[in-house]
Design a protein around this ligand. Structure first.
Ligand code: UT7
Length: 320
């Protein structure tokens, strides 16, 4: 017995920044960004706090699932960095929804939600939880270097959530890490130890886009094959692909050999950019709200990210 997805939610910051807006202060253009990535605009935090977005997304998912905060047995939050190192975002969400369940953040960069789904599956399989709240929230605008046109144009902010409950749904999940500094972000701010001898590095994200691109196409393809094999299906049997929204060219290249019709590959990258862990969560919620999924449909989540991490999860949509 594994889990099924019982409810979803998502919240985006109000401020929308277009590629043309970025071209006001960066040497870039809408044409370059759109043709290289598929991104037109992204949502960016201004006055909002990330934990407020996370709580709002969690409340939506709980309400959608018809679950009360006190019924949640475990809270997981996929994020690279919340508003505070401690309390974790998961604890803050727990406090806001009236839960005293164990709560912790998971940093697997853009694959965070898939890691959380697999942790939820393990807790449920071990009999330690029946209802798990998975939240994702990323403030990418606070992590990137806004003078680095090769990376800052790619990202956006947002939060999402799903409630998963014990039952029939998840068919398989595969996770992997291939340690590399192709995407990295030093975390040394505030260090004033008189004993520290490590020189202060730039604090924003540093990324080797070309290396990440090659890794991504390869990793996404492999994870799709492994997750489908573990689920006993072929890639062509998947009804809906929910890929990490980093770059449409990466998505197209990694799915090319399976000849999946474009309509079955879900996208929101043009409007949201890359929201790291939150991308697949917001994608799920947006298409669930549109009524895209039918009971029995097979959904495949696939992602790659800093670490470098990668993973795929296959789950049957078990709702009307
Ligand atoms: O969640 C994971 C996050 N990371 C990723 O997904 C990154 C994966 N990588 C990519 O998506 C692509 O490698 C990029 C979109 C980052 C870059 O696309 P590319 O086709 O690999 O371009 P490039 O890095 O080869 O750069 C081509 C040119 C360079 O100029 P020169 O050296 O040819 O004169 C760059 O300096 O484009 C230049 N460039 C830009 N020009 C206008 C880089 N960024 C920009 C920009 N606007 N924003």
């Amino acid at each position: 017995m594994s889990f099924y997805i019982a409810g979803t939610g998502s919240v985006l910051p109000e401020k929308v920044v277009s590629n043309d807006d970025l071209a006001q202060f960066l040497d870039t253009s809408d044409e370059w960004i759109f043709t290289r990535t598929g991104i037109r605009r992204r949502h960016v935090l201004t006055g909002e706090r990330l934990d407020d977005l996370a709580v709002a997304a969690a409340e939506q998912a709980l309400s959608d699932a018809g679950v009360k905060g006190e019924e949640v047995d475990l809270i997981l939050c996929a994020t690279m960095r919340g508003d505070f190192y401690t309390p974790s975002l998961a604890c803050t969400v727990g406090g806001a929804i009236g839960s005293h369940a164990p709560a912790f953040d998971v940093n697997a960069a853009c694959v965070g939600v898939l890691y959380c789904m697999e942790i939820a599956d393990s807790f449920i399989a071990a009999g330690k939880a029946e209802t798990v709240l998975i939240v994702s929230a990323e403030a990418m605008s606070k992590l990137v270097d806004w003078t680095d046109r090769a990376s800052c144009v790619l990202f956006g902010d947002g939060a999402g959530a799903m409630v998963v409950r014990k039952g029939e749904g998840r068919l398989s999940g595969v996770l992997r890490s291939d340690p590399s500094f192709a995407i990295h972000m030093p975390n040394l701010e505030g260090i004033n130890s008189p004993y520290n001898q490590v020189p202060q590095e730039k604090l924003a994200m540093v990324m080797d886009g070309g290396e990440v691109y090659k890794f991504a196409v390869n990793a996404m393809g492999h994870r799709i094959e492994e997750a489908c094999a573990a689920a006993g299906i072929a890639p062509a049997d998947v009804d809906w692909y929910l890929p990490h929204q980093a770059n449409v060219r990466i998505i197209d290249a990694s799915l090319k050999k399976y000849r999946i019709p474009k309509e079955r590959v879900l996208l929101n990258i043009s409007e949201c950019g890359n929201m790291s862990a939150t991308s697949v969560m917001v994608l799920l919620d947006q298409y669930a709200k549109k009524g895209t999924f039918r009971r029995g449909d097979k959904l495949l989540f696939v992602a790659f990210g800093g670490g470098l991490t990668s993973g795929a999860v296959v789950s049957v949509w078990n709702r009307d």
